[in-house]
Design a binder for this molecule. Sequence first.
Ligand code: MF3
Ligand code: CO
Length: 252
Amino acid sequence: MPITIKSKREIELMTEAGRILANVHSELGKALKPGMSTLDIDRLGEELIRSYGCIPSFLNYNGYPASICVSVNEEVVHGIPRADRIIKEGDIVSLDAGVIYKGYQSDAARTHAIGEISKEAKELIRVTRESFFEGIKYAKAGNHLFDISKAIGNYAESRGYGVVRDLCGHGIGMNLHESPEIPNYEQGRKGVMLKEGMTLAIEPMINIGTWEVEWMDDEWTVKSKDRSLSAHYENTVLITDGDPKILSMIGE
Ligand code: MF3
Ligand code: CO
């Protein structure tokens, strides 16, 4: 599939979708408390998304049964919310959410600390977020896609972390997943040239231990193979002729 270039009107709609999603994440982050179930988090997330007049894009996507992916500790991504999965002090919780606003999508993820967490867990969350910002230094028209991948991967790997290889970022627009696929590690080639008007969901998933992952029997939940802690950070980003615009972030 070709990579779509968004028009001015489409960019306006994706900007609004991103602004709403940033608010949803900020409100979800504030609401997280020990004792909540991952299903409570999903219910609140869906309510927030709908309160802004948006549709939760993950709900029923390829059969995914919820609106938010809630991945705890060694769960990397796509944790299915459950009433009997209770979060507690010391956990790290990755929330991944997508919204559709007037037909246009935004996708973003954050990893949160529940109360006091270990120094190792804090550092993992910091490096995962920072690897995204290293990557988007290269997200400029005229650069190449895998410049971003390499910058993310090298930043995290040089600090001893495992960069998940079995899942990637992606183009985004009217569809949640569009071309191109965006790996989070060096590809040994340049990839496509970035152009103004491309919108990309860039999403490093980083483990303290091995980069290898496993799928659970629910067919969604992905865990690190060695069960080490994992973090996720994602934003929807617009390529411009200058610095990229992070559509799904406000004042963080
Ligand atoms: N943000 C994830 C992604 O980009 C989650 C989507 S999977 C879903 O792939 F099925 F839960 F929607
Ligand atoms: Co995504």
